[in-house]
Design a protein around this ligand. Structure first.
Ligand code: MRU
Length: 348
């Protein structure tokens, strides 16, 4: 069973596994204040939609701690300012804004209490968000079990594992569960250029768990799909629109298109907090563009010539028609997504 815990709030500080250093080194990055959390999210010390949501929530707790001695109105104003900074650290994964908004709602309801009380209430809420995420992942894993055949070969992209969440993972949670259930599964993990979350993080988790797996260059996936070597593809998500269009790590769209052409089931595994009920389609999703150095350099070593221009979007949008199902903590959503996600919105 996994014991990977991507983050921990202890003695008034947030500790994050420094994912930039894996797999060579397992070390913790200490966040003493909310600006450290903003930096950690931007620099991808912590990454993955649910994990940055939980880190963001603790960022608000750290802001409340920092401004505790200010007069009430100033205290509230400063927390709101910090929330905007933390909430905007990365633009695509809706879980970050979702968690920050949830914290701000709690702040609003309790605004008349003493500052110290507000701090404790915010800390409790962040802990709730953290705890719920783990429970959610386990529920996703249980529902996901239904779509994993005995002896399946599963392809995954990026890292949607324990490191990308508070533990267990979403797409990798489904894979974990199938392995624990003795289903004799095998995994192909895309290395996921340019940040190599597959090579560095997913491969690390798979090795820890002793799940039979092979790491592949991203460009190998198409051949495996065409040759009938993949039974099911399971990936995570950063934002899902009401019509089911799904933003996830760059390269996901390409996989989904291959899956459609060669009739391989293609599943998204994600918590309901990743669904942005306020947007009608993927066209409204802001795609983060990251630094050119992520492409021109590997581990700090330049591999491309000086002077070359770079285009480096971190995510792409998979159209809903390419998605067989969305595995959530409330069950597997199937097409027509607009209708079924709208119903989920009403119940939610
Ligand atoms: O840029 P990253 O590493 O934060 O991107 C992560 C992904 O795209 C994951 O697939 C997604 O956040 C789901 S994590 C459970």
């Amino acid at each position: 069973m996994t014991s990977i815990q991507s983050l921990e709030f202890k003695d008034g500080k947030l500790y994050l596994i420094d994912q930039r250093k894996l797999p060579e080194k397992l070390s913790m990055f200490e966040c003493k204040e909310y600006k450290d959390v903003e930096f950690a999210i931007k620099d991808m010390i912590v990454r993955g939609a649910p994990a940055i949501g939980v880190a963001g929530a603790y960022g608000i707790v750290l802001a409340a701690k920092k401004f505790l001695d200010l007069p009430k109105e100033k205290f509230l104003e400063k927390i709101k300012e910090s929330a905007a900074i933390v909430g905007n650290a990365r633009p695509t994964a809706v879980n970050l804004m979702w968690a920050v908004r949830r914290m701000m709602n709690v702040l609003e309801v309790n605004r008349d209490r003493a500052n110290s009380e507000i701090y404790e209430i915010l800390l409790d809420e962040a802990k709730n968000i953290e705890k719920e995420d783990l429970e959610t992942n386990k529920a996703i894993a249980r529902y996901g079990n239904e779509i994993v055949p005995e002896g399946a070969t599963i392809l995954t992209h990026c890292n949607a594992g324990a490191l990308a969440t508070t533990g267990y993972g979403t797409a990798l949670g489904v894979i974990r569960e199938a392995h624990y259930m003795g289903k004799n599964i095998r995994v192909f993990a895309d290395e996921t250029r340019p940040r190599l979350q597959g090579a560095k993080l997913t491969a690390w988790e798979l090795v820890q768990e002793k799940i039979p797996a092979k790491l592949i260059p991203d460009s190998v996936a198409a051949v495996l799909i065409r040759d009938g070597k993949i039974d099911v593809i399971i990936v995570g998500a950063d934002r899902i629109a009401l019509n089911g269009d799904t933003a996830n790590k760059i390269g996901t769209f390409m996989l989904s298109q291959m899956a459609k052409d060669f009739k391989v089931p293609f599943y998204i595994a994600a918590p309901i907090s990743t669904i942005d009920f306020d947007i009608k389609s993927g066209k409204e999703i802001v795609i983060e563009e990251r630094a050119a150095t992520e492409v021109t350099h590997i581990n700090g070593v330049r591999i491309a010539p000086e002077g070359i221009d770079v285009y480096n979007p971190a995510f792409d949008v998979t159209p809903n028609e390419n998605i067989t199902g969305i595995i959530t903590e409330k069950g597997i959503m199937r097409p027509p997504y607009l209708e079924n996600l709208s119903k989920l919105k009403e119940r939610h």
